[in-house]
Ligand binder design. Structure first.
Ligand code: G3I
Length: 459
């Protein structure tokens, strides 16, 4: 048998190749029909829908205080399918006094997102900055215990609601040292990062656990190499790390570099997902935004891109006008470039990182459902996840119940409003005015069973 590895572009032959061709043709057909079906206008016309068709998310940082701004929420709800609370899950926000937790603002964002089918990135559980004063003044074993308790409490509180946690944020020095940042957390012992990851895994076992940092974009920089070495070490010793976040705050002092794709793919080759977590670019040059998105799409394990705010006026660097919408909420040239990159981008189909499995072969599911029917079709498949598309006929105000097989998890949906049962495995999708075709991404977690449509009812 001939082994294939990532990047192997030799033509495939044999039955599996024919299956792959059929699947690819089916995926192409599904994608094409989605694009031309009446009533599915969001396919390819918004950042989130377009990214979802590539098996990715397109997210933004969200501030709870802005959710009452109609211009802001209109753009948020239309364009994005992932959110990161900008400040509301930080330590000073969630544990302002030791042992007294405060989740109101974070919950406001999480509920807003999840009720609209957007996924949530949790930011951030352990960080030297934005610590409440009680934590800033702690040290040694007391601080270590307090930090671990914080990780445990917050991750437990939001268990099952957060797709990926930034478990540890910004733990390395800038410059050429490649050293850990000298913080109160670092002074509790060099193993504080892995201890935080283990606590997070125990508290929220279904979430992906990320290390997140800035100035780690240039593959040649010492800081990038230092984080890479830490991740490689963690993977070799079984420390539970699943992903690395690249903040990607680009400006004149810290510009985008053409080896960014090399950075993303090199980390991915360690066996972690990579995510662009806080993207903003001074002056919002369209070509640079396009390059960042193309780089992510070129790496199969790049799950998605999050911009750090919606309108320029929402940015922590507002004077640099670094975002995709101007302060009035109008789309900028960078927006068009990003959307074009998402729509034009190739869909990597790297071989699964798990042993090859037989794709689902059962016929499309069309259960009886009152006066509507829902038909599930396979769409694109990647090494760790796959997309499904459900076409509803017979009603416009439909409710469709879909079940996935544990440990599968739905990580993303589009063109519908989902709610979940307590197990998180049964999704009730309701029409949201986006037409009669909805889709979702399932993280396989080693199980490739096709999701099942349980019912279709008229609401
Ligand atoms: O809400 C208070 C307001 O009541 C008060 O009057 C005002 C006075 O300074 O402060 C307001 O809080 C500010 C908060 O942003 C909300 O605007 C804080 O002072 C300010 O420090 C905070 O800045 C945030 C910064 O992280 C520090 O945590 C930015 O919004 C946020 O965009 C930024 O995000 C970070 C990521 O978490 C990690 N990576 C870098 C990124 C950019 O710095």
């Amino acid at each position: 048998m001939t082994e294939r590895c990532q990047g192997d572009t030799r033509p495939r032959t044999g039955p599996r190749a024919r299956t792959a061709i059929v699947l690819a043709a089916a995926a192409l057909l599904a994608a094409t029909s989605a694009a031309f079906l009446p009533g599915t206008a969001s396919a390819g016309t918004t950042l989130g829908a377009s990214a979802a068709e590539k098996g990715r998310y397109f997210g933004t940082a969200v501030a709870a205080s802005r959710l009452s701004d109609g211009n802001y929420t209109t753009i948020l709800n239309r364009e994005f399918n992932s959110v990161t609370p900008e400040n509301e899950m930080k330590i000073d926000a969630t544990e302002p006094q030791q042992g007294r937790f405060s989740y109101g603002a974070a919950e406001q964002i999480v509920n807003h997102a999840r009720s609209r089918g957007m996924s949530v990135r949790g930011h951030t559980l352990a960080w030297h900055s934005q610590q409440p004063s009680w934590m800033e003044s702690m040290s040694g074993s007391a601080l270590r215990s307090a930090m671990l308790n914080h990780v445990t409490q917050v991750a437990t509180h939001f268990r099952g609601q957060v797709v990926a946690w930034d478990v540890v944020n910004e733990a390395f020095e800038d410059g050429s040292s490649g050293a850990r940042r000298n913080s109160n957390l670092q002074r509790t012992g060099n193993d504080w990062i892995e201890a935080a990851f283990r606590a997070a895994r125990a508290a929220d076992p279904g979430a992906k656990l990320c290390y997140n940092d800035y100035n780690t974009d240039n593959w040649t920089h010492a800081k990038t190499q230092a984080v890479y070495n830490m991740v490689r070490d963690f993977k070799s010793r079984g420390v539970p790390i699943d992903c690395v976040g690249f903040q990607s705050h680009f400006n004149n002092d810290s510009p985008y570099v053409s080896n960014y794709r090399t950075t993303l793919s090199s980390f991915a080759a360690l066996g972690v997902d990579v995510q662009v977590t806080e993207l903003d670019i001074q002056g919002a040059p369209a070509a640079t935004y396009r390059s960042v998105v193309e780089d992510c799409l070129a790496v199969a394990r790049c799950n998605g891109v999050t911009v750090w705010g919606i309108r320029d006026s929402d940015s922590w660097r507002a004077s640099q006008t670094p975002l995709l919408f101007n302060s009035s909420g109008q789309k900028k040239a960078a927006y068009d470039a990003v959307l074009a990159a998402l729509n034009n981008g190739t869909t990597p189909t790297d071989p699964p990182t798990t042993p090859p499995t037989t794709p689902p072969t059962t016929p499309p599911t069309t259960p009886p459902g009152g006066s509507c029917t829902a038909t599930l079709q396979d769409s694109t498949r990647w090494g760790d996840r796959f997309n499904s598309q459900v076409t509803v006929s017979g009603a416009s105000n439909w409710t469709v119940v879909v079940a996935v097989t544990p440990p599968q998890k739905v990580s993303n949906t589009w063109n519908g409003s989902p709610t979940w049962d307590s197990s998180g495995n049964v999704m009730t999708m309701r029409s949201n005015g986006s037409g009669n075709v909805f889709g979702f991404t399932t993280m396989a977690n080693g199980t490739w069973t096709r999701p099942v449509v349980r019912s279709c009812t008229v609401s």
